[in-house]
Design a protein around this ligand. Structure first.
Ligand SMILES: [Mg+2]
Length: 297
């Protein structure tokens, strides 16, 4: 069996939130990722330099692909060689109808509360602002959407809150970009069925991916607000069966970060447990498995 494992970085694979990380989690995830059956994809809002910095800082396994800049860039990675997908950028470029990033920034420049992010955090197809964490998104997002539609621009506005700094983050992307669509693009390109794909995330820009029909896990350290939003989005889409909420108490781990990813993977694809678990590392709350087998008909 082959597996396409698509995970967000900040506060999903990276233990950089307030919640503690189980010490065994990342080494187990690393063991899993080292299997030749596994194609590992990082799916993140970060741009290339910040992704490489995170890989070095946290000792992350080398990915096979990277979906960066909130799904507006796709790279095939081998060693130090990152090859950008021209097919992907060509596909998403059409949505902006000839508008460049600066023209869109000017079009929306007078919306109250928004402050453009640093140039390094902007992408060719990603325009990003900061906003107060209590920014009136319910009022402002429709206003922005209307203005974009009137200009003939097909775009998505993605709102998230960075809980560590209590900062609102707003990304404007081509409508056909975003994490979910980029994952689907890779699945088609690399020949992975949904049943052999797992997505993992923790926050606002992951919700479309989590509420898609693809098997997905929300790590246990996600905030209650995000959990409620993800469940509501999956309910609306009729995809609750393909969303797993990590809860911990799983092979001695707490469900946060990598532990949540492993828990979600075991939920959808139990055969992958053997890819990282030692035979004796499960909590011994049940009868030994030899006895359990003996009671079966
Ligand atoms: Mg995250």
């Amino acid at each position: 069996m082959r597996l396409l494992l698509c995970t967000d970085l900040d506060r999903t694979l990276l233990p950089n939130g307030a919640a503690p990380e189980s010490p065994a989690a990342r080494p187990r995830l690393r063991a899993l990722a080292a299997r030749e059956e596994v194609t590992l994809v990082y799916v993140t809002g970060r741009h290339r330099e910040l992704i490489e910095a995170a890989i070095a800082e946290y000792g992350l396994p080398a990915p096979d692909f990277v979906i960066g800049d909130v799904g507006t860039s796709v790279y095939r990675v081998s060693g130090a060689d990152w090859k950008g997908s021209v097919a992907w950028s060509t596909r998403i470029a059409r949505d902006w109808a000839g508008f460049g990033r600066d023209a869109l920034a000017a079009l929306l420049g007078d919306i109250p509360g928004l402050r453009l992010q640093e140039p390094a955090k902007q992408g060719a197809f990603k325009l990003s602002w900061y906003a107060p964490s209590d920014w009136d998104q319910a009022r402002r997002l429709p206003e922005m959407e209307e203005r974009l539609a009137a200009a003939g621009v097909r775009a998505s506005l993605i709102w998230s809150v960075d809980e560590t700094t209590a900062t609102g983050l707003l990304d404007l992307l081509p409508a056909s970009a975003g994490k979910r669509h980029a994952v689907e693009f890779l699945m088609a390109q690399e020949g992975f069925a949904a049943a052999h794909t797992l997505c993992a995330g923790d926050s606002g820009n992951d919700i479309a991916m989590l509420a898609s029909p693809l098997p997905a896990v929300l790590v246990a350290n996600a905030t209650a607000t995000v959990r409620a939003e993800a469940v509501a989005a999956a309910e609306r889409a009729g995809t609750l069966d393909s969303l797993y909420l990590a809860r911990g108490d799983f092979h001695g781990m707490n469900g946060n970060y990598s532990a949540g990813i492993l828990e979600g993977l075991a939920h959808f694809l139990p055969e992958t447990l053997a890819w990282w678990a030692e035979p004796n590392d499960a909590p011994s709350t049940d009868a030994p498995s030899t006895n359990a087998e003996a009671t079966e008909p």
